[in-house]
Design a protein around this ligand. Sequence first.
Ligand code: ZN
Length: 304
Amino acid sequence: MTDLPRRVSLREVGPRDGLQNEDPVPTGAKIELINALSQTGVSRIEAVSFVRPDAIPQMADADQVWRGIERTAAIRYSALAPNLRGARRALDSGFTEVEVVVSASDTHNRRNVNRGTEESLDDIAVILSEAHGRGATCQVVVATAWGCPYEGDVPVSRVLAVAGRALADGADSISFGDTTGMATPRRVTELVGEFRSAYPDVPLNLHFHNTRGTGLANVLAALELGVDDFDASVGGLGGCPYAPGATGNIATEELVHMVEDMGVATGVDLEAMIGAAAEAERIIGRQLPSQVLRAGPRTRTIPL
Ligand code: ZN
């Protein structure tokens, strides 16, 4: 464990990836949730996505949410966009950090944004140059990096080729998204190892879903390879759009709970994050999957 990073950077994606996969909630509740998260010590929050409101009504109020939150200087806020139109909306709204997503699986990309992976990559080249021209940074998220609900396994070589094209076009960093929770530690080691060999200096974020219970094991495999940047969602908010009832993102408080005990700092106050998870549960009105939310931290004792 001595080789693990001493510190990791967490991006809280509950307000975006989480709420996007839940029944729509009022704008005020979204603002409350982001404001609660801003008090937890987390240093990055993916606040909204700029997507077609008819396709994803959960994010139709992205502008109002962004205008309504109490921004904290210590926090980097970002927005996700699936295409050029969305990225322009994000930049017009004043975001200086944008995540743009493309699927390694051509079928998934077509189902998602009605165009092939190559066409999305052409779009992304334009987004990158516009974002940079306006002083913003842009991370390219390669979705279905560990598998696709339509195509099954996606070859590592394919994922690397998509990331490589984005980097050649100027991506500031890469994220690999396990969109439907198909990653296992062995597969994490394989993809991250190959990526690191090819691009040793490119900042890498990993976005795991706990759909099949391997989320934190995947984080540990990545930590052992030196990855120090992860997405997580408060309470495990969000589901899997391809498997009704399945869990979605790994829960932020579970990630914090595990890695802090291993000597890996997150900057997050665990009790505050558990409080934000309870708030998320109230907003959604259903029990969230986080086990640390249910049980509390391992050091919580019962009064005699
Ligand atoms: Zn996700």
